[in-house]
Structures are given as structure tokens and as C-alpha cells.
Design a protein. Structure first.
Lengths: 621, 175
């Protein structure tokens, strides 16, 4: 075993970086057996840090502290079954681990060699122990998430040991900026933030500019509801983003970068800051990186809770210290961006792809994916699927595979109804299109978008008119108010949908909705407004009959739209009077120990009676 | 501030204002300093008091209307003091389809306040959020930095109770 401490310092050049990596690979710490505890945001919320502490003390109690080490890793993926623990030596996957389970795992499994069965993840009644054999993992292709779950995101040494900063070293010592741009273009990588613009082309524009000052920005303002891909990379593998950004800076000729992280992600900010500080200590950020004369510095700017700042020009305006309102394009940021200087702005996942494609070469990278969309894409799978969490698949993988093979199907036992892809800018994919390949073009054809990767699965209990209303309310709240079509048009659209949900709609409302949608799409200044009508248009296209039911039958088949619900007390009512007492408008009548009734005219449909009844005697339909 | 009312910043806040001055000085020559300074102010005071706005405007040489405009644009800044515990109900898509609205209704009923309001005992402020990126645990609510997952409307009372109890214990310790 080598003493790695003599290598843990400022890295002067590529040779020293290689020496450090070799030393790390031979070190005791790297080669010791490990217990991986997921420290992703989801698992931490489920109590994984207490589990980690319990492991450390239990291992010490059993005298295994020297032999085994406990590693905090980035998000492993299946957030819903956290806290997650993986035993390194045999790849055993334990779910929902509590502090009181730790003793069993250490004594029975780590010492006794017997797997603790009740903590395994069941797959159709059968308990599978190996992580790599679980359908959730087996059906994925983890490229960008390659390190999540394998390294400690707060330790740069871990990242370097698994090949981190090798791409940077290759770029700085053997390539020109032009060659980097070319390699990225060959790879076919497209922006992962949603719009899918070719990254190489974007970098090429900025590179051509003769300006001496240029900026490179990372958009980590992941605002789409239902999306947490970027959060997991920031928290689980922050150095991959930093490495991608330095390479990008070198390619376009920039020496200053900013990462704009949304304020809702305090842990991401913390881990990214640790990573930046470490990279600076090792000389991978700062002056004369790896002795090549290339200088680059990186700073975090925190968002302050405005969704529109995910739009590139609004983000730039926000970094400048203003209200985050978008600017007209052109001029595009590549020509005139931050402080009016040429600026490249890419999403977290896009930057994370860069080291990968540089290491394996653009052509090799382009082997994965479809004709026009290369590589892999991370999706945040949530909603009514059995295992929700973070998944990565090759671009073009059918939706069905995500929902059923990886997500395990619908959790409620009800039928699949739709998957909402792309958040407030996206649309719904109904059951008849479950086999659609997840790529930019195929999704556009169905009126949805790839978006940043939020994928919410809905079962039959979701009302699609209400879903449309939800997104309208979202964009209405988040519209910055700068341009009229977005500010006023969305409000009008929401008023119409509200009316339909309240049972006061007319058939001509549908035409008006479509006409308004057209105006908002074509006349809004930025992407937020231009795509805001998509959820309405897509539900109108695939679920028009539900709108018609709300209008002509005054019925919401899912009993979601409040004004159209009827509450009724069934015969099993024993007259306990609990519902009568909580009813805020005294709409429930009946004597003690006798069957109660609800006066429909008085009822305000608050649902308090339903949640109060202990005898399941109240139904809504 | 109405006439006759004391400065909205108490004695404690005087010390905080001095601390704020130091922060502003440390940001002074950085481009785009306004937002980081406001973020520091928000976390220092729990809101952005008027005295702080005046100070920031003067020291960063930004017009008052601009400082105010930036504060009101972003949801993380508040011009009013918030309660000890800020409850944020996630209304992101995953939480919404799993019943977040019912949780919001239950919280409004339990606390007798609407969104954006603070309880009279200054313990809770109710707000909504648009996705905290914990969709696998939906529906969730956040109380300050604590995440509560798979929340049910019937479980809201218990969650609130824990914070009320915590507050009571702290008060006992203080007296």
C-alpha cells in the first residue's frame, strides 16, 4: 500500500495528475471493502445520515472499523425506497434501511455472510439481492450518472481515482480549442436543458467571437416541477460538471464561469462549493491549470426563486443583479450575453456529458442514441409508478420500458393514463403511444417535448383538464410579466379552463382556448411563454373527450374537479356524528345513531367529512 | 412604518445591521452584487427590513426602486417577517397528482391562515413551492430545511405538533 498523502497537493501538470491517480488506485482507502450509503437528497430526507452513523459505530463495535469503510455516495436512483445501502463486496442492495436494521446487516451479513432478506427489494414476490440484477438498474444505461453511487461527492480524490479530470488533461495537453469544438460536434450532443440545440454549434459561435472576455455559464436553475436530474448530478458528481465547464471554457476561450443554482437546492450548493474549493486547491481551477498557461475561475450564483430564470437570457439578467426578465433574441448570448460579452450557457447534464465524450471520442459517443439524438438522457421518473427515482437510458428508448421495466408499472393497481413529459412546456403521452421512442423529434410529433427530463406518470385517478389547469396556474404565477401575450394570454386561458373545471364551460370555449394558445405561442418573447400553452394543447389533443364531459355532462370522471363532485353518505353510516361536527357549513343532517345525509345545495365540497369518517361511509364521485 | 411606532428593527437587529454593512463591503466591487447581498440579508434577518433596503441602496449605489423591484421579483425575498417555521407545501407535478392540494387545505384549516400568512403566535408561515426535487417521495412538505415525505392530510396535525412541542421545550429551557 502506498502513502497517498504525498500526492494530495497542488497538481502541477498532467504527469502529476496521472501519478496521483495511480497512487489513489493503489491506496488502502480505495481498495478497502465498502458499505455505500446513499446521500442523495431523497435518502437524506428519509434518514440515511443516521443510518450511516449507525454503520460507523456498529462496525467499530464489531471491530471491523479498519477493514470496512462507510462511503456516502450520490443519488443511487430509486428515491422512493430509501434510505438505500449497498454492500460493496457482493453488490447487495438493501432498501428502507432503518437505524435498528444496521446491527443485523453488520452481524448477519458482513460477519456471518448471510443476506438479510427482509430488507431486500421484492420483484414480483421474489427477493433479489444483487443491485445489478434488479430490473430498475438492469434496464438502465448509466453513463452520465456513472459515478453516482460509486464515489463520495465531497472528495475530489474519489473523482480523480475513477478517471476524473483525465479529459481535461487530454484537452489541455493535446488539443486545440477548435478540435474540442469539432469533437463535441461529431458527438452529436444536444443541449439537455430541453431545447436540444447542438452543443458543438453553440460553442463554435462563441469561439468565433474576437472579444477578449467571454463567459461560460452553467444553468443549474432546474425549475420544471417533477424534474430532479440536475440536482442529483450536482449533489452526486459535482466534479463532472466542473470538468465539463473548464473544457468548454478552453474551447471557446473563456476564463470565467458561473454556475447558477436554484435556491431550493441548498445541499447542491454546498457540495458544489466544496468541489470548487477542492478543484482550486488541486490547481484544476485558477491560474495556469496543469502548467499549460490556461486560466479559469468559477463561481456559484444562487437563484432566488424565480422559474423564469431558467430561460437563458433571464438567467443572465439575474446574474447581472436585476429582475430576471428575458431579453429579445437576437442578439443571442453567444454574441452578446453576460455583461454584453459572448457567453455560452449550457445545462448541468450537458456539461456532465463533456468529459465522457472527450475520453471516449465523439464518434464512439455517437454510437448510442437515435439518428438525430445521440447519447443517453436522464429522466426523473415520478408519479404513480412503483419505483420512482432517477433513471438514465439511451436516447430513443421507448416510454413503455421506463414505466414498466424500470419503474415497475403503476403503483396504484389502476391503469396507466398518461405520462407528462417536459413539465410546463411539455405535454402528455396517452396509453396508445406508450411505445414512443424518447427522442426530441418523436416527442415533438406527439405535442410533447423531451424537456429537461421530468416524467410524471399518471393513473386513471388524474383528471387531464385539472392537469392542464395545474400547469396554467404554474406558468401564470411564474410569468415575469414583461410581455403582454404571456402575461395576459395565460391568465385568460386559465380563466377558461377554470370555468370548464367548475362546470360552467361552453363548447365554444375549446375553440377560444386553441386560438389563444396560438397567439401566446407565436407572440411571447421567451421560451416560457412560447411553450406555456403546450400542456393545454396536448391534453386537448389526446383527452378532448374529458373536456367535453366537463362541459356538456358537467361531470369529472375522476372526481378531482371540486365543483363537479358529489359527496354521499352510504348505508353503512352508524350515525356517530363525527362528520356532522366537522362540517363547516352544517350541511350534514341526521340524528345520533341514525343514517346521516348531505345537503348537496349547502355542501361546499371541502371533503372534511370524507377525511373524518372512520367507517368509510362517505364516498365522492 | 407608521408614526410613533418604533423602528421595525429591535435591538437585536441593530447588531445585524452592522453585520450587514460588513457583508455589503465584502461584495462591494463585485459585479452583480445586489442579489447575493439581498440573499445574505434575507438569511440574516429572516426578511428584508426597510432599514436594510436603505443601507443596501446607499452602499451599493443602486437606486431604491431597483432594490425594491428585485426584492419583489424573487419569491425568496420577503418584506415581512416570517414565522419561526416556514412551511412550504410542494405543488410540483408529482406532489400535485399525489394529493398535495389536500395537504395544503388541511394545513390552512389547522393553522387558520392562508398562503403567505403567518400565525398570530409567529410560529408558522404557510407558503407553497414549485418542486423541491424530491419527487420520489411525493407528496412532500418542507418545514424550514426539514423534508417531510409521503404526507397525508390526516398526518398534518402530528407534524405541526412536533414543532409546537419543540418550541415549548425551547422556551422552558430559556426560562
Amino acid at each position: 500500500m502506498m502513502d497517498i498523502n504525498k500526492h494530495m497537493h497542488f497538481v502541477k501538470n498532467s504527469a502529476e495528475l496521472d501519478a496521483l491517480r495511480n497512487a489513489l488506485l493503489k491506496s488502502k482507502e480505495y481498495n478497502s471493502e465498502k458499505v455505500f450509503v446513499c446521500a442523495g437528497g431523497g435518502c437524506i430526507a428519509s434518514g440515511s445520515m443516521k443510518v450511516k452513523d449507525a454503520f460507523i459505530s456498529q462496525l467499530a463495535t464489531n471491530g471491523l472499523g479498519e477493514k470496512l469503510s462507510v462511503m456516502e455516495t450520490g443519488c443511487l436512483g430509486p428515491c422512493a425506497v430509501g434510505p438505500i445501502v449497498v454492500i460493496g463486496k457482493d453488490d447487495t442492495f438493501y432498501q428502507k434501511v432503518r437505524v435498528q436494521d444496521v446491527k443485523d446487516i453488520v452481524e448477519k451479513h458482513l460477519m456471518g455472510g448471510k443476506v438479510v432478506e427482509n430488507l431486500l427489494h421484492p420483484v414480483e414476490e421474489i427477493k433479489v439481492s444483487k443491485k445489478s440484477e434488479l430490473p430498475f438498474f438492469k434496464n438502465q444505461d448509466k453513463q452520465v450518472l456513472r459515478n453516482c453511487g460509486k464515489i463520495d461527492p465531497t472528495k475530489i480524490a474519489d473523482y480523480i481515482a475513477v478517471g476524473g479530470y483525465q479529459a481535461l488533461s487530454k484537452v489541455l495537453s493535446t488539443m486545440t480549442g477548435e478540435q474540442v469544438v469539432q469533437e463535441v460536434s461529431i458527438s452529436g450532443l444536444r443541449g439537455r436543458g430541453g431545447a436540444g440545440f447542438p452543443t458543438g454549434t453553440k460553442w463554435g459561435f462563441a469561439r468565433k467571437s474576437q472579444d477578449e472576455t467571454k463567459y461560460i455559464l452553467c444553468n443549474a436553475d432546474e425549475g420544471d416541477p417533477g424534474a430532479f436530474m440536475d440536482r442529483s448530478i450536482l449533489e452526486g458528481d459535482p466534479h463532472s460538471i466542473i470538468e465539463g465547464m473548464i473544457i468548454g471554457a478552453f474551447a471557446i476561450g473563456s476564463s470565467q464561469g458561473y454556475v447558477y443554482v436554484r435556491a431550493e437546492y441548498p445541499l447542491a450548493v454546498e457540495r458544489l462549493q466544496i468541489a470548487i474549493d477542492q478543484a482550486r486547491t488541486f490547481g484544476l481551477i485558477g491560474p495556469n491549470i496543469l502548467g499549460t498557461g490556461f486560466n479559469f475561475d468559477l463561481e456559484i450564483r444562487k437563484g432566488s426563486g424565480a422559474f423564469v430564470c431558467g430561460e437563458e437570457t433571464a438567467l443572465i439578467t439575474s446574474i447581472e443583479g436585476n429582475r430576471g426578465e428575458p431579453r429579445p433574441r437576437p442578439p443571442f448570448p453567444a454574441v452578446k450575453g453576460l455583461w454584453n460579452k459572448p457567453t455560452v450557457l449550457n445545462n448541468v447534464e450537458t456539461f456532465s456529458n463533456i468529459p465522457l465524450l472527450i475520453n471516449e471520442g465523439g464518434a464512439q459517443y455517437a454510437e448510442k442514441g437515435t439518428e438525430k439524438s445521440k447519447g443517453t438522457k436522464i429522466f426523473a421518473l415520478a408519479g404513480t409508478v412503483k419505483i420512482s427515482g432517477l433513471v438514465e437510458v439511451a436516447v430513443g428508448t421507448p416510454l413503455r420500458k421506463l414505466v414498466y421495466d424500470i419503474g415497475g408499472g403503476i403503483s396504484s393497481g389502476k391503469k396507466y393514463k398518461a405520462a407528462q413529459i417536459g413539465g410546463p412546456s411539455g405535454g402528455c403521452i396517452p396509453a396508445e403511444h406508450l411505445d414512443v421512442p424518447l427522442d426530441y423529434e418523436a416527442l415533438n410529433k406527439l405535442g410533447a417535448i423531451m424537456g429537461s427530463g421530468g416524467l410524471i406518470v399518471m393513473d386513471e385517478s388524474s383528471c387531464m383538464v385539472d392537469v392542464a389547469r395545474f400547469f396554467l396556474e404554474f406558468v401564470q404565477d411564474e410569468s415575469c410579466g414583461k410581455c403582454v401575450p404571456c402575461r395576459e394570454g395565460i391568465v385568460r386561458m386559465k380563466q377558461i379552463v377554470d370555468r370548464i373545471c367548475d362546470g360552467k364551460g361552453e363548447m365554444k370555449d375549446l375553440d377560444e382556448l386553441e386560438a389563444l394558445a396560438k397567439t401566446v405561442t407565436h407572440a411571447s418573447l421567451c421560451g416560457l411563454g412560447q411553450t406555456a400553452p403546450n400542456p393545454v394543447l396536448s391534453t386537448l389533443r389526446h383527452f378532448r373527450e374529458e373536456y367535453i364531459e366537463h362541459i356538456s355532462d358537467k361531470k369529472c370522471r375522476t372526481a378531482v374537479c371540486k365543483e363537479l363532485i358529489v359527496f354521499k353518505i352510504l348505508d353503512v353510516c352508524n350515525g356517530c356524528q363525527a362528520c356532522k361536527k366537522v362540517c363547516p357549513v352544517h350541511a350534514i343532517h341526521g340524528e345520533k345513531k341514525l343514517h346521516h345525509t348531505i345537503d348537496e345545495a349547502e355542501c361546499i365540497r371541502c371533503g372534511l367529512c370524507l377525511s373524518t369518517c372512520k367507517f368509510d361511509a362517505i364516498v365522492k364521485y | 412604518m407608521s408614526k410613533g411606532e418604533k423602528c421595525s428593527c429591535g435591538d437585536d437587529e441593530k447588531g445585524l445591521l452592522e453585520r450587514l454593512e460588513e457583508i455589503i463591503v465584502s461584495f462591494k466591487n463585485k459585479p452583480g452584487a445586489l442579489i447575493p447581498v439581498l440573499q445574505a440579508t434575507q438569511s440574516l434577518f429572516g426578511y428584508v427590513p426597510q432599514e436594510a433596503i436603505l443601507k443596501i441602496s446607499e452602499m451599493l449605489n443602486e437606486p431604491l426602486h431597483k432594490v425594491h423591484g428585485v426584492i419583489t421579483f424573487y419569491s425568496f425575498f420577503s418584506l415581512k417577517p416570517r414565522g419561526k417555521y416556514l412551511i412550504r407545501v410542494c405543488l410540483g407535478t408529482a406532489c400535485y397528482v399525489q394529493g398535495a392540494n389536500e395537504i395544503l387545505t388541511a394545513l390552512k384549516q389547522q393553522l387558520s391562515i392562508e398562503i403567505g400568512e403567518t400565525t398570530t403566535d409567529k410560529l408558522f408561515t404557510l407558503d407553497v413551492g414549485r418542486c423541491f426535487g424530491a419527487c420520489g417521495l411525493a407528496p412532500i412538505i418542507m418545514v424550514n430545511d426539514d423534508v417531510h415525505q409521503f404526507v397525508k392530510p390526516s398526518g398534518v396535525k402530528k407534524i405541526l405538533g412536533a414543532y409546537k412541542k419543540h418550541k415549548a421545550v425551547n422556551q422552558e429551557e430559556e426560562t
